[in-house]
Design a protein around this ligand. Sequence first.
Ligand code: ADE
Ligand code: ZN
Length: 325
Amino acid sequence: KVTKEFIYGMPKAELHIHLEGSLEPELKLKLAKKNNIDLGMDTVEAIKETYQFDDLSSFLDVYYQGMEVLQDRDDFYNLAMEYFKTAQKHNVKYAEVFFDPQAHTTRGVAFEEVIEGYYKATQAAKKLGIKANLIMCFLRDMSAESALEHYQMAKAYQDWILGIGLDSDERDNPPLKFAELFKMAKNDGYKITMHCDIDQKDSIKHIEAVLYQIGAQRIDHGTNIIEDQSLVDYAVENEIGFTKCPVSNRFVTGDLKSKEIKSLLDQGIKVTINSDDPAYFQSYISDDIYTLAQAVELTKAEIIQLAKNSFEVAWISEAEKKNYL
Ligand code: ADE
Ligand code: ZN
């Protein structure tokens, strides 16, 4: 029997966490007060009561609304630092963290405030024993032109951004909507990943496009790949990393998708377990691993394999991986 303590203490990398999704109710209230924003709620309990979702879009509504309280670089810095402090308790040694610049610029917050606050936090995280890199995500329900504009804004900060991702509402927003931009990003030396959320209208088509047309090194979620054996074989052969988030799955689909995750792990897919939006799903990385382990009775060896995978598919050098593995 594997204990919670073992899972918490196991060194791990987290590769799928949206910094904006780590905004805890306590900090939300504090920042609302600081920035004179009326949330219409003044207790942690009242905020938590709104964290009930029945699908991706009902989650995204609450997620975007919550970001209103983030106004200046200090707010972004403090948000990221709270995540890193919690990650330290989970023995996260390395983190690649997502951020959504368009969710802030569309509210009138300057790109510079966002990137400078977050980058400063990644540097401060070193003192906590955590190495961290930023992945800039585009909102797929916004236009390709908007994504390109933000891509260009980020040019001046290229050294601070390791990868480019794609998130938000997948319905009718296929990967190929951003094909040109991701091609450019690849040529410019960025790592590439994309969300393929659970049970979307065109899940298989989207996964196929991400693997064969976009040529991403990782897929975020991507669990529906299990429905297509040739795609599974391709992903195994090419060592594509899959960042799974079981508790997030439960919030947005009603199901952990634990059997699917276990089966993909058994088939040799590089499965990793992550928290996605830990404040909203009230589950940080070790809680996600523990929940999955309980649901499908993972062995100690399988749990260790998940942690190994997290370093193997991380965007760090082979020499660095050796230090962690
Ligand atoms: N943005 C934050 N969390 C997300 C998720 N799980 N899927 C798509 N977009 C997101
Ligand atoms: Zn996500």
